[in-house]
Design a binder for this molecule. Structure first.
Ligand code: TZP
Ligand code: MG
Length: 224
């Protein structure tokens, strides 16, 4: 299977859509803007509705040949034939999930501390979401933001491993250059991508927002 391009990782949140914009319209515009991977994150939705949203999202992502990842729910990820599942620290442990999932199924995990990054590496996660870089209105944080320096330290802990890394939390086109420079650009491992919710989903122009984020990410990657 092709390796995933993590450059611009969209995490959905239907609660943040601007008035009058439908979820699928917003998702399609983000896909047109060049998001490279999509995670469906539904925290307050019952199973039947989550499944329906996941199926619709999968059909749309397939049209744009963009891989789909499901947050939390291995059963839904399997049911819609997603490319992977994204787990939190209190979800199913990676080794158990690995046994349940077919070969090639991607497992990602959120890491908020250096210890969690080390454990994710030992458990052979396919990728980690390093969080939260900055403060965010999108999720209630249980840890203080790691900042750009903390992110650099976490990336160093992945040096020499195959584990891919995306940063998440408060990332916007207005602060992405700051994120990509300094301690992040100094790491050997580097950042494979940035995961973004509100800067795309809450925008009236998700396509433009995605294009902007992606072009900044690619330009910064090239210059390091
Ligand atoms: N995990 C850590 S921070 C976060 C998640 C899901 C939310 C990030 O949202 P935003 O709007 O990009 O700050
Ligand atoms: Mg979770």
């Amino acid at each position: 299977m092709d390796p995933i391009d993590f450059s611009l990782y969209l995490v959905t949140d239907r609660g943040l859509l601007p008035q009058g914009k439908s979820y699928l319209e917003s998702l399609e515009q983000a896909l047109l803007g060049g998001v490279t991977v999509v995670q469906i994150r539904e925290k307050k939705t019952d199973t039947a509705e989550f499944l329906e949203i996941a199926l619709q999202s999968k059909a749309l992502c397939d049209r744009y040949k963009v891989p789909l990842i499901i947050n939390d729910r291995i059963d839904i990820a399997l049911a819609v034939n997603a490319r992977g599942v994204h787990l939190g620290q209190s979800d199913m442990p990676i080794d158990v999930a690995r046994k349940l999932l077919p070969k090639g199924f991607l497992i990602g995990i959120s890491c908020n501390t250096l210890d969690e990054v080390r454990r994710a590496r030992e458990s052979q996660a396919d990728y980690v979401g390093l969080a939260s870089v900055w403060d965010t209105q999108t999720k209630k944080l249980t840890n203080v933001p790691i900042g750009v320096r903390g992110l650099g330290v976490m990336l160093e802990a992945l040096d020499g491993s195959e584990v891919r890394a995306v940063a998440i939390g408060g990332i916007k086109s207005t602060n992405l250059i700051r994120l990509m420079h300094g301690s992040v650009s100094a790491t050997n491992h580097g950042l494979d991508g940035v995961a973004v919710v509100s800067d795309i989903v809450a925008s009236h122009d998700p396509k433009g927002a995605a294009q902007m984020l992606k072009s900044i990410f690619i330009a910064c990657k090239k210059s390091t």
